[in-house]
Design a protein around this ligand. Structure first.
Ligand SMILES: Nc1ncnc2c1ncn2[C@@H]1O[C@H](COP(=O)(O)OP(=O)(O)OP(=O)(O)O)[C@@H](O)[C@H]1O
Ligand SMILES: [Mg+2]
Length: 226
């Protein structure tokens, strides 16, 4: 088991009416190692909110989140940052690569704050291996501005994998790409899920991508249904 959500509620303050908007309404969900899950639903239904809560980037209004059986409410911010860095890989709609670093430097960035030197020594060879895996071995010295959107997105998948996370959380990873690049990223993510047994939770508007996952959840009116 990796991540468990129990009775998660999330409300936001509505600035124009001083009322609360209920976005997540008693959501419980278990993500086990190697799972592949798609979350679909209309714009504004709370998909990103749910994914961000899963990834400890956002806090639930109430409910319990456990990572490897530990209730995360007992962790301080430093510990949470460490979990995010080492156990979770994030992929967003926009790649968020740093323009002043080349591709290799960008994908190595998450390894710079890892303490163990054993990790650091193997990081570069792992980066090169992963960049080869996604077909970017010839582009490692290029800067993001010199690469296509699809290439940058493939690099951001490598960056998400560099610290050998147990789970990847991807929020519309193909949202900014053309059909062909979107297909490549979809293939890449499901290949990593199957071959490297990394759990995958992705939010998508693409039914084609969702259908590559074992389970599809629909989020609507704050509830999650299969
Ligand atoms: N910081 C915030 N303050 C107030 N309301 C917010 C905040 N963040 C999100 N919301 C509201 O919560 C709801 C869910 O937002 P969320 O971003 O999770 O939707 P989504 O399903 O990811 O949508 P999309 O498919 O368009 O990305 C929306 O109605 C949004 O307006
Ligand atoms: Mg969203």
């Amino acid at each position: 088991m990796i991540i468990e959500l129990e009775n998660i509620y999330k409300s936001y303050q509505n600035n124009s009416s001083s009322s609360q908007i209920k976005v997540l309404d008693n959501i419980s969900l278990k993500i086990n190692s190697g799972d592949s899950i798609a979350i679909v639903g209309p714009s504004g239904c709370g998909k990103s909110t749910l994914l961000n809560i899963m990834g400890t980037l956002d806090k639930a209004s109430s409910g319990i989140i456990k990572i490897n059986n530990d209730d995360i409410s007992k962790f301080n911010d430093k510990k949470l940052a460490e979990i995010r860095n080492q156990k979770i890989g994030f992929v967003f709609q926009m790649h968020h690569l740093l323009p002043q670093l080349n591709l290799l430097e960008n994908v190595l960035l998450p390894t710079l704050i890892v303490k163990e030197t054993k990790h650091k020594e193997s990081a570069k060879s792992r980066a090169l291996e992963l960049l080869r895996f996604v077909g970017l071995e010839d582009k490692i010295k290029q800067y993001p501005g010199q690469l296509s959107g699809g290439e940058c997105q493939r690099a951001s998948v490598v960056r998400a994998l560099i610290n050998q996370p147990e789970i990847i959380l991807a929020d519309e990873p193909t949202g900014s790409l053309d059909q062909e690049s979107a297909d490549q990223i979809g293939e890449l993510l499901s290949k990593i899920n199957k071959e490297q047994n990394v759990a995958l939770v992705l939010v998508t508007h693409s039914l084609e991508l969702a259908n590559k996952m074992k389970v599809i959840y629909k989020l609507n009116n704050g509830k999650l249904n299969t």
